[in-house]
Design a binder for this molecule. Sequence first.
Ligand code: ZN
Length: 276
Amino acid sequence: MASAIKDFSRLCVHTQTTRPWDLKSCVENYSRAGIPGITIWRNVLENQNLKEAKKLLDDHGMTVVSLCRGGFFPSADPGKREEAIRDNLRAIEQAAAIGAPLIVLVCGADGRQSLERSREQIAEGITRILPAARDAGIRLAIEPLHPMYAGDRSAVNTMKQANDLAGLINSEWVGVAVDVYHVWWDDTLKTEIERCGREKHLFAFHICDWNVPTTDFLNDRGLMGEGCINIPEIRSWVEEAGFRGFHEVEIFSTRFWATDQKEYLKKIKQAYLKKS
Ligand code: ZN
């Protein structure tokens, strides 16, 4: 049984959740709304002076929870794999510059090769960037993605695969991000979350809801409580596994992006208290 959420002290919002806003608008509005945590998507850092971005975050007392996203390691084309390594090294520099202690990895997949081959390349890719991450003091979180993305976005589709991969790499700098949207359906979820905690690599917890029916498999994620995911139950498993970090609201929604983002932020806070 999950304990109720009493306040906003562990609430984090992903900049992509309020996609119409630039970094400055996200920071100012989250801060004004009493939301202490922010996960920054790299698109809002484009053409930004990172020192100024860091100052903006510091001036508003925001805690940067993570940078989204690195990954996309596999490709049948070796040149593309090298490009991915360079891009991930850039992400590590960006994370260090803005004070993000964690990078979320959307690991990638290439439909021209087997999932096993893609997973091997993911392990190789993470191993390649690990020294730079460790030197910068940045942790890496493997986020398993729903199997509907196995053809192009991630060959890591279950908590078991993510735990296995983290175990294979076996570094205190590499762990797993649990996103309820991707893993809620898995009948081994509770035991794999327990294992993740036991192996001390449960690094992040993302929340939103699965709309029924879902009209778009990328940009129709629901607000907590709108869909069929038992978020409080999954949160209780994550907390029992020892996780004490932020609850990160990550919602891609064409429907909500079309609305007033300040009103939407109020809805997020209400849903967080009552339905998470
Ligand atoms: Zn996520």
